[in-house]
Design a protein around this ligand. Structure first.
Ligand code: KMH
Ligand code: ZN
Length: 310
C-alpha cells in the first residue's frame, strides 16, 4: 500500500470577515498577528495564511506598511510557509488586492476562483454594542456584497504575479470554481500541481455537508487528475468536523480565527494555536502525520523561503 501522504495544516490568522467585537482573541495589531502566527506554527501549522489590519481599529488593510510590521518577525521566529491573501476586502479592486503579494513575493498567496455573493450580515444581529465604529456597517451591509473575481481579474492577478513564482491557494467556494480553474490552467495561467482550498459554509458558496466535500473532491479528481493537491476549509461551526473529514479522505486542512472564532460549540477559541493544537491531535489520533513546513514545500513544489522579499 502506498504511504499515506502527510497532512498539511494551514492556519488563517485573522482574515477580513470577523471584527474585534466578536472575539478578544482576534489579532489585529502587528505584534498580535506575529505572536499568534508564530504560536500557530509551533503548534503544527506548516502554512500561515495572512491578512493585515489597521492597528488602531482592526479594519481590513492592504497597506504594505501593515504587512511589513509583522512579516519579518514571523520569518525570524519560524520556518512556516507564508501565504499572503489577495482577498483584501470586498470593496477593493484586484490591483489593490494583489499589491501586498507583489511587494513581498511570498511563497504562496490566495487566489479566489469565482465571483459570488459573499455575506456575513446575519452576524450583525448578535451584537448590541461594538468596539469600533466601522464594524456594524461593515457586517450589516455585507448582504450587498459581490466578491468580484472575474476571469479578467484572475488573469490580471496571475500575470502580475507570474514573475514571482508564487504558488496559489486556489480558493474554490463552489463546484463551478473548479471548472474556472481548469479553464485557467488550459490557457496556461497556472502550472501543476495546483493547490485547491475547497471552501464550505460561506453564505453565497456551497454548504458544509460531507456530500458536498465528496462531490467537490470527485469533480476535482476528474478535472485535475494527479495535477492537484487539496485542502478543506469549513467556515464557522463546520471548521473542525470538515477538517476531520478531510483528514479521513487523505486531504489537507485549514483552521484559524479567519474561518471560525470557536474551539467548541459556544466556546470562543483563546488563540489560533489552540485550534491548530486541537486539529493536530485529531490528525494524529486518526493515525496520520502532520507535514513540516519543509515537507509542505516539497508536496506543493514551492520556491523556498529564501526567495521572498521580506
Ligand atoms: N475567509 C475565507 C473564506 C482570501 O484571503 O483570499 C476567504 C479567504 C479569501 O481566505
Ligand atoms: Zn483569507
Amino acid at each position: 500500500m502506498a504511504a499515506r501522504p502527510k497532512t498539511i495544516i494551514s492556519c488563517a490568522i485573522t482574515g477580513a470577515i470577523h471584527t474585534p467585537t466578536m472575539s478578544d482573541a482576534l489579532p489585529y495589531t502587528a505584534e498580535d498577528i506575529a505572536t499568534q502566527a508564530i504560536e500557530a506554527a509551533e503548534a503544527g501549522a506548516a502554512i500561515l495564511h495572512l491578512h493585515a489590519r489597521r492597528p488602531e481599529d482592526g479594519g481590513v488593510s492592504v497597506d504594505r506598511g501593515h504587512f511589513a510590521a509583522f512579516l519579518p518577525r514571523i520569518k525570524q521566529a519560524s520556518d512556516a510557509v507564508i501565504n499572503i491573501s489577495t482577498g483584501g476586502s470586498l470593496h477593493m479592486s484586484i490591483e489593490e488586492r494583489v499589491g501586498p503579494a507583489l511587494a513581498f513575493s511570498p511563497e504562496m498567496c490566495s487566489l479566489n476562483m469565482g465571483s459570488m455573493n459573499f455575506s456575513f450580515h446575519p452576524l450583525a444581529k448578535r451584537y448590541d454594542t461594538w468596539k469600533f465604529d466601522w464594524e456594524r456597517d461593515y457586517i450589516a451591509n455585507s448582504d450587498a456584497n459581490i466578491f468580484r473575481n472575474t476571469f479578467r481579474d484572475i488573469e490580471t492577478a496571475a500575470r502580475a504575479l507570474a514573475p514571482h513564482d508564487i504558488k496559489f491557494e486556489h480558493e474554490c467556494y463552489d463546484v463551478g470554481h473548479l471548472y474556472n480553474l481548469r479553464f485557467c490552467m488550459d490557457i496556461g495561467l497556472f502550472k501543476a500541481p495546483v493547490f485547491i482550498q475547497f471552501v464550505f459554509g460561506i453564505l453565497g458558496g456551497i454548504g458544509p455537508e460531507v456530500d458536498n466535500l465528496v462531490f467537490m473532491k470527485r469533480t476535482a479528481d476528474r478535472l485535475f487528475g494527479t495535477d492537484y493537491r487539496w485542502s478543506v476549509l469549513g467556515a464557522g461551526a463546520a471548521q473542525m468536523p470538515l477538517a476531520t473529514t478531510a483528514v479521513q479522505l487523505g486531504g489537507n486542512l485549514r483552521v484559524g480565527l479567519e474561518d471560525s472564532l470557536f474551539i467548541a460549540r459556544g466556546r470562543l477559541a483563546r488563540s489560533n494555536a489552540e485550534q491548530v493544537a486541537k486539529i493536530r491531535r485529531i490528525v494524529e489520533d486518526l493515525g496520520a502525520e502532520i507535514a513540516t513546513p519543509e515537507e509542505a514545500r516539497e508536496i506543493l513544489a514551492l520556491k523556498g523561503g529564501d526567495r521572498t522579499n521580506f
